[in-house]
Write a protein that binds this ligand. Structure first.
Ligand SMILES: [Cu+2]
Ligand SMILES: [Zn+2]
Length: 248
């Protein structure tokens, strides 16, 4: 018995081609949709970044109106912390003096810092010394009135923005630069007006297995401290040149 094709051969191949076209169309559509979503995600990330930038500018204009114009141009801004021994430091403890300098490009740059400190016992090269940013710039009772670690995000130590870790003085001196640091000079959680504290002991970096470890790293007495404030660029340049000389 002759079997009649349901459709004529030409119509059948036409349908096959159309079916493939539809499939191709759907796949292309799907790819376009996915790439569209990626684009949308990218543009929403950009939008968030832009909004954050605008919010930063707004905060800056409110908090530091005189600096606003300067910063709006995307310039570097600089800050200095003039380190002095704590007012109520016991006799016989190391008298640490020096400077901590900060540098950051407004509005999206990361913070860089230079630690330039003297006065550690020259024979204690192996001893680590913790340095942190503390909440207050209040040194009315020496470094003890500077409060606890600056902790805007309510996290445990050593994840506070100013947990700089341990420093190892060489011949009584610390000469060190650090880059891409977490704290900032100009957002809502700015460290300006807060303090840098240099401790007698090493930071246990949260591994001390006690509550103090998760709060302050059991770094011991506060030897020296200072309040962070804006400064001229030349202060940074000078410290940077000194650092280069030391590195030889
Ligand atoms: Cu501290
Ligand atoms: Zn901390």
């Amino acid at each position: 018995m002759r079997r009649f094709p349901i459709l004529s051969p030409s119509l059948e191949s036409l349908l096959k081609i159309s079916g493939m076209s539809v499939l191709l169309f759907l796949v292309t559509g799907l790819i376009l949709c996915v790439s569209d979503e990626t684009k949308q995600e990218e543009s929403s990330n950009l939008a968030i970044q832009e909004t954050q930038g605008k919010m930063n500018l707004l905060w800056m204009a409110i908090l530091y109106p005189n600096m606003y114009e300067h910063l709006h141009k995307g310039n570097w801004i600089h800050a200095i912390c003039e380190v002095k021994p704590s007012r109520n430091l016991e006799a016989g403890k190391p008298q640490v003096n020096g400077q901590v300098l900060f540098q950051q490009v407004y509005p999206h740059g990361k913070l860089n810092a230079i630690f330039y400190l003297d006065g550690f016992p020259p024979d204690s090269n192996a001893a680590g010394r913790a340095i942190h940013i503390h909440e207050f710039g209040d040194l009315s009772m020496g470094c003890d009135s500077a409060g606890g670690h600056y902790n805007p995000f309510k996290v445990n130590h050593p994840f506070h923005p100013g947990d700089f870790g341990n420093f190892y003085p060489q011949d009584g001196k610390i000469r060190l630069s650090m880059s891409n640091l977490q704290p900032s000079l100009f957002n809502k959680q700015a460290i300006l007006g807060r303090s840098v504290v240099i401790h007698e002991n090493a930071d246990d970096m949260g591994k001390g297995n006690n509550s103090g470890s998760l709060e302050h790293g059991n770094a011991g007495k506060r030897l020296a401290c200072c309040v962070i404030g804006f400064c001229k660029e030349e202060m940074w340049v000078k410290a940077h040149e000194e650092l280069l000389k030391t590195e030889g």
